[in-house]
Design a protein. Structure first.
Length: 263
């Protein structure tokens, strides 16, 4: 009994002795110095987290990124939307230039002729006499408007290029995903075949029943169907990538050399 009281008194004395230190630490963390130290620790933690994120590996490797850029270059030569945007920009640039505007204005004047006994309308290029076009004033007048329109055309072509890159990336990543999915399905089929052989051997030894063999056989057939579907999706993904880039299958294989993931 005396020993118990002695232990309890020691415990209370330890808490009483520790409470001043706890109060000091509490006052320290509530002070400006404590808040500053806490802020430094938080900043260091965020910096270390950011460094870990920067150092994280990318999903696409260097070879795959290089293959992607090659596919984008090939797609720019055959994609109808991108080529139309380029052609429209080139045409509008010619029309919006001062020389193009003068050429268009020159065709305004017409004359009526009677060649061959029939009235015919023919263009009359009366640039200086009739129209009196001032090239300097025309250039100044059209300068600001043309600059805005040309900027809009450039932005439209750039947007078409970015959209094409996204579509190529979607087709490329779909192909890479299909390759990996087909590899997983092939592994599953191999495991299902090994499990079926094991159940057949156990059935011969009398350890398992025919129902177990049937279940293993059904699992093997299901895995075989999954691999078949995965290979079909892989074939479709490759055809889509070939269609968007305009590359033939041999050319696509050359572009993907070193970029194909391990199944």
């Amino acid at each position: 009994m005396n020993n118990r009281r002695h232990v309890e008194s020691d415990a209370f004395s330890s808490v009483a002795a520790f409470s001043p230190y706890a109060a000091r630490w509490l006052r320290f963390w509530l002070s400006r110095a404590g808040l500053a130290v806490l802020l430094v620790l938080v900043v260091l933690g965020l910096c270390s987290r950011g460094y870990a994120q920067v150092g994280a590996p990318h999903i696409l490797g260097a070879a795959q990124v290089a293959a992607f850029e090659q596919l984008v270059t090939a797609a720019k030569g055959v994609d109808p939307q991108f080529l139309q945007a380029q052609a429209t920009e080139a045409q509008k640039r010619g029309e919006l230039s001062p020389i193009g505007a003068v050429s268009a204005t020159m065709g305004v004047g017409v004359s009526l002729g009677t060649s061959g006994g029939f009235d015919q309308v023919t263009p009359g290029y009366r640039l200086s006499a009739s129209l009196g076009v001032d090239l300097v004033s025309l250039s100044r007048r059209l300068g600001s408007t043309n600059a805005a329109q040309l900027a809009a055309l450039t932005a439209s072509t750039s947007a078409a290029g970015r959209d094409l890159r996204v579509r190529v990336l979607q087709a490329f990543t779909a192909y890479l995903s299909a390759v990996r999915a087909a590899g997983v399905a092939a592994d599953a089929l191999e495991l299902a075949g090994a499990a079926l052989q094991q159940q057949q051997a156990r059935a011969v030894a009398g350890v398992s029943t025919g129902v177990d063999v049937l279940r293993a056989s059904q699992a093997r057939n299901s895995a075989d169907a999954d691999l078949y579907d995965a290979n079909l999706r892989l074939a479709v993904a490759k055809q889509q990538l070939s269609a968007i880039t305009g590359l033939t299958m041999p050319g696509l294989d050359r572009a993907l050399t070193g970029a194909k993931p391990t199944p």
